[in-house]
Design a protein around this ligand. Structure first.
Ligand code: MN
Length: 285
């Protein structure tokens, strides 16, 4: 059961568009979900769950800078129109970037990440991406479609170049996509390796909630046992502050598949930590 919202936006985002550094926006789309749909309800569930948390992060020793973060709420996206949904999101993110804001998206299924990456890649020719996910999402096609939650990182590689998607938590794949993975361990050393590879180049972070073990995040479309814990992920926050972040998203929360609401609570806590990281080390495009 979700906690109820006291205002339309998330508790972490109380800023106005024109005065903020970061724009949070929802991408309520799950049109290619192949197993269990429902991530279109993710953004609002995560927003409501923020009201059950504190603004202060004991790990980072600071609060979310709520007045530097604007919540644009959910985009209106056509339920079945994959290409139109993606182009709509991309157009919205273009506008955010034109305003000098850093985008932070809430999914939605993982395919939606393609849209902000397209927008950012138009401004950064040397973009990298850090992915947390149980699956590599590197298929060339899935169920005959080139645009799918299972192909999103392949489409992103098509744009930003081979080797530039670094993956944490991948533990399940098709045998043809496995050799294409660039897996790093969910450890401080693993994230430090990523930091050395990326250097100071602009980097996008995409957190698929199914990277976490389903014991901690069961409300997701394609859960895969054997994932990382909150404590495992929390240990990476320190090294994650060293990147030049130009955008982030959190995807694949499907709240109706988790009657206890722990998935959106975990997601909301991850959003808090990521917003603090982004406010400190984020760069407008
Ligand atoms: Mn994914």
């Amino acid at each position: 059961m979700s906690l109820s919202a006291r205002r339309p936006g998330m508790m972490f985002a109380q800023g106005k568009a024109e005065e903020s550094q970061i724009a949070v926006y929802g991408m309520p789309f799950d049109g290619t979900a192949s197993f269990r749909p429902g991530s279109r309800f993710g953004p609002q569930a995560i927003r409501e769950a923020t009201y059950g948390l504190e603004l202060f992060s004991p790990i980072q020793g600071q609060e979310v800078p709520v007045h530097a973060i604007w919540d644009a709420l959910d985009l209106e996206l056509p339920a079945g129109g994959v290409k139109r949904a993606l182009s709509g999101i991309e157009h919205f993110v273009d506008g955010i970037l034109d305003q000098g804001l850093i985008p932070f998206g809430l999914g939605g299924e993982h395919l939606v990440s393609l849209a902000p990456v397209r927008a950012l890649a138009k401004r950064h020719s040397d973009l990298w991406l850090i992915q947390f996910d149980a699956h590599p999402d590197l298929r060339d096609t899935f169920q005959g479609e080139s645009l799918s939650h299972a192909t999103v990182m392949r489409r992103i590689l098509d744009i930003i170049g081979p080797g530039r998607v670094l993956q944490f938590g991948v533990r399940s794949a098709d045998k043809d996509e496995w050799p294409l993975t660039h897996r790093l361990p969910v450890t401080v050393e693993g994230m430090e390796t990523a930091r050395r590879l990326v250097g100071d180049r602009p980097c996008y972070l995409s957190l698929d909630i199914d990277g976490f073990d389903p014991a901690f995040a069961p409300g997701t479309g394609t859960p895969e046992p054997g994932g990382f814990s909150w404590q495992d992920w929390e240990a990476l926050i320190g090294p994650m502050t060293g990147f030049t972040w130009v955008g982030m998203d959190l995807v694949e929360v499907a709240p109706q598949l988790d009657p206890f609401g722990i998935t959106e609570l975990l997601a909301a806590k991850a959003v808090r930590e990521l917003l603090i990281i982004l406010s400190a080390s984020g760069h407008a495009a």
